[in-house]
Design a protein around this ligand. Structure first.
Ligand code: FAD
Length: 518
């Protein structure tokens, strides 16, 4: 079903005919197609045939722009009456393996969906925001802060992702150890199921559908609205980075930090691996210092350190009334940590600046051309019991030359993930997000992409052969056996939920889990 292709092939594929076999319902005069600004041939379809990964290209028959949940339901009903049509909700297309595509089917541009965001008062000072499924997290942040001085508590590192897209996966960043991932920070959803029904669900009403959709890879319904709780937005952030020479010390401190009581905890804990190398501009020494312009002092690195070093990234929120004692608080909180003294960095930035930090990386990558090249990314959740072995084999050996982009590794807590959700996580209470965010330079060519894909396979094989307790985050598999293995004991529940909410397997075909009923 899926195909790996490279940029050279893209042009050729965009010239293919765009009409699926035997689907008379896709007569261009069909009222839904006319109403939803359908585009069968233009640039829009070409855009819907590719994603951030730049390795999979699947042409839809139509790219529709719904503005209401009823429009979404209309498109799903149209597909259900056809012999073979499928429907993919496309958030911002930031998948890397075609997950938001529909080969010869209908792609819904969720970015056009309304209505506008609206505040919901939940009694007392509690509030939430109702957001359309296609809103970007950047839009939610700016709307909630500007209009109400409030913000959600759980984020992704990069905010150019849609609410429906991350709720279909997980939504992880440095706040998740404390507040849970984004899927644990939503109180109500409006969903269009695979038979075109529009339902409102929550932990107390239609709860099975609610939890099925969270981390459900778009399989059970299109999220047309999500209710996200808000808290008063922090004003300022002390953003800190400290460097470690040894993985065991890094991991011990990181795990200690994410298991502290909330009253003694940082507001954000992440970390990354970097190369003990001055000459690597992407993953070497220069990737560590903040604010920009700060220098890295290599004299502080012990002579016997390995070619791989570790950077713990922390943040503490404060407002202007607390500004006087923030230095003292941070000093106290850092005192027990075993990082390399002299290799600590800090910057005071506004909350908005902090949450938008990856936007600046995007600007640079666009300028250098690496935003547009293929991204053979691999994200894993690796149990704390296996992460030291992962470090010594994968970071220190397989990836010792770097990957041309960030290599994140930081701990999360399983107890912050509700077991009723569809998302698959490792068994142990502490597991690490390992994100291998590869960027390929414009002139590296097809061979570099192939090599990266093969290296990802090698890493996956290693994790399996060593019997790690691990899961792929934002998974991509080709066979049913692989999906069954991914969901493990919850596979039966996943299949039953599919039968219940999308019996014809119309939704989210790009995940390649189920085949459309004929
Ligand atoms: P798409 O890629 O468009 O869709 C993803 C899947 O969800 C598809 O199957 C699609 O059909 C389905 N879907 C989309 N919208 C809906 C909807 N409304 N209802 C039902 N199903 C829907 N992830 C993290 O957890 N943390 C990060 O910090 C993080 N950073 C990232 C940074 C970059 C630069 C990129 C490219 C990705 C990052 N991701 C991160 C991964 C991100 O969570 C996924 O790419 C995710 O798919 C969201 O992207 P999207 O909104 O563009 O969704």
């Amino acid at each position: 079903m899926m195909m790996i292709a490279y940029l050279e092939r893209q042009q050729q594929q965009q010239q293919q005919r765009l009409v699926p076999d035997g689907d008379v319902e896709l007569d261009p005069d069909h009222s839904i197609l006319r109403a939803l600004d359908s585009d069968a041939t233009g640039d829009a379809v070409a855009a819907a045939a590719r994603d951030f990964g730049g390795m999979v290209f699947l042409q839809p028959a139509r790219f529709l722009r719904p503005s209401t949940a009823d429009d979404v339901a209309g498109a799903v009903v149209l597909a259900s009456r056809s012999s073979s049509l499928t429907v993919a909700a496309r958030g911002n297309g930031h998948s890397v393996c075609g997950q938001a595509m529909a080969d010869g089917g209908i792609v819904l541009d969720m970015r056009t969906l309304g209505p506008p965001m609206e505040i919901v008062r939940c009694g007392g000072t509690a509030a939430a925001v109702d957001v359309p499924g296609g809103a970007l997290w950047a839009e939610v942040l700016s709307w909630a802060v500007r209009n109400h001085g409030m913000a959600p508590v759980s984020w992704t590192d990069y905010l150019g992702l849609t609410v429906g897209g991350t709720l279909s996966n997980g939504g992880i960043s440095g706040q998740a150890f404390r507040h849970g991932p984004q899927v644990a920070n939503v109180t109500e959803l409006e969903v269009v199921t695979g038979d075109g029904e529009r339902l409102v669900c929550s932990p107390s009403s239609a709860s099975d559908l609610f939890f099925a959709v969270l981390g459900g890879l778009g399989q059970f319904g299109v999220v047309t609205r999500a209710r996200i709780p808000l808290v008063p937005a922090p004003k300022m952030v002390r953003w800190i980075r400290v460097v470690y020479g040894a993985f065991d010390e890094y991991a011990r401190d990181a795990e200690w930090l994410v298991t502290r009581d909330d009253s003694a905890a940082f507001d954000y804990v992440e970390g990354f691996v970097f190369r003990n190398d001055a000459s690597d501009p992407v993953s070497g020494w220069s990737s560590v210092p903040i604010p920009p312009g700060s220098a890295f002092d290599p004299a502080r690195i012990p002579a016997d350190s390995s070619p791989i070093l570790y950077c713990l990234e922390l943040a503490l929120h404060y407002d202007h009334t607390q500004a006087d004692n923030v230095d003292e608080r941070v000093k106290e909180m850092l005192r027990p940590l075993r990082y390399l003294r002299g290799l600590e960095y800090a910057a005071d930035v506004s909350y908005l600046e902090f949450l938008s930090r990856v936007g600046r990386v995007e600007e640079e990558a666009r300028a250098s051309g690496t935003w547009a090249t293929p991204h053979p990314w691999l994200n894993l959740l690796v149990s704390s019991s296996d992460v030291a072995d992962f470090d010594s084999t994968v970071f220190k050996r397989v990836l010792s030359r770097g990957i041309g982009g960030p290599m994140l590794v930081y701990p999360l807590r399983r107890s912050k993930w509700d077991e009723r959700m569809s998302v698959a996580v490792p068994d142990g209470e502490l597991f690490y997000l390992v994100a291998l965010l590869r960027f390929v330079t414009p002139h590296a060519g097809e061979a570099a992409v192939k090599e990266a894909v093969e290296q990802n396979q090698e890493i996956l094989s290693h994790c399996r052969n060593k019997g790690y307790d691990f899961k792929v985050y934002i998974p991509h598999y080709e066979s049913e056996a692989d999906w069954a293995r991914h969901f493990d004991g919850d596979w039966t529940r996943f299949v039953e939920r599919k039968r219940r909410y999308d019996p014809m397997a119309i939704l989210s075909p790009g995940q390649a889990i189920f085949s459309r009923a004929r």
